[in-house]
Design a protein around this ligand. Structure first.
Ligand code: SF4
Ligand code: SF4
Length: 186
């Protein structure tokens, strides 16, 4: 019986992809840049997960584009379906794809700047909360009649304590789910 693979130049046997940890600090970003300054590598983010891809032909791919170890090929090869494989072309599901160290460096600098600004904002919020605490405590004590009251003996009026209003994390799902890669997941 004819199979789609018979018409294909074995596109899926010419690279592999591994899931990697999402970068968290400057060193992590620099390590990913290091992957990308090597030839035949790419890195992409798909559904908030990070992957490293390496273009490298499988040693068992024969000149006629058939598998030389078909009967004992790895499970990942067996599971990869022709339904949405590389053969069909079109878009992949990744939201960002990096193919060079320079491209990634630019992205990393922006992300690290955002991260720094978020950390500074969190520290400032913490400081503001600490500054409010004594007022809140003394007001509670006044209301309970166990501490200093406000003017005229009335309970101290409390200002509203705001929630911490964190920014929303935007989803990044740009790409449409049309194709999948044979990924070895952690
Ligand atoms: S699974 Fe798809 S990409 Fe891989 S050899 Fe078959 S047709 Fe080609
Ligand atoms: S083992 Fe066979 S099916 Fe798997 S990548 Fe190599 S050539 Fe392709």
């Amino acid at each position: 019986m004819s199979c789609l693979c018979d018409q294909c130049s074995a596109l899926c046997c010419r690279y592999f992809v591994l899931e990697i940890d999402a970068p968290d600090d400057a060193e992590d970003y620099d390590n990913i840049r290091w992957y990308l300054i090597h030839e035949n590598t790419f890195v992409f983010i798909e559904k908030k997960k990070w992957y490293l891809g390496i273009y490298s032909r499988c040693k068992h791919l024969q000149v006629d584009n058939r598998c030389g170890i078909y009967e004992t090929r790895p499970q990942i090869c067996r599971k990869y379906s022709t339904k949405n494989c590389d053969y069909h072309g079109g878009e992949y599901e990744w939201s960002i794809l990096f193919s060079s160290g320079e491209q990634f460096e630019e992205y990393a600098q922006k992300q690290l700047a955002k991260q720094k600004s978020r950390e500074e904002e969190a520290r400032a919020k913490k400081r503001r909360r600490k500054a409010r605490k004594p007022i809140f405590q003394s007001a509670m004590m006044a209301m309970a009649g166990i501490g200093p009251a406000g003017p005229n003996g009335a309970a101290v009026h409390l200002g509203k304590v705001n929630g911490n209003g964190n920014g929303k994390m935007n989803g990044n799902g740009n790409g449409k789910a049309l194709l999948s890669l044979p990924v070895l997941r952690k």
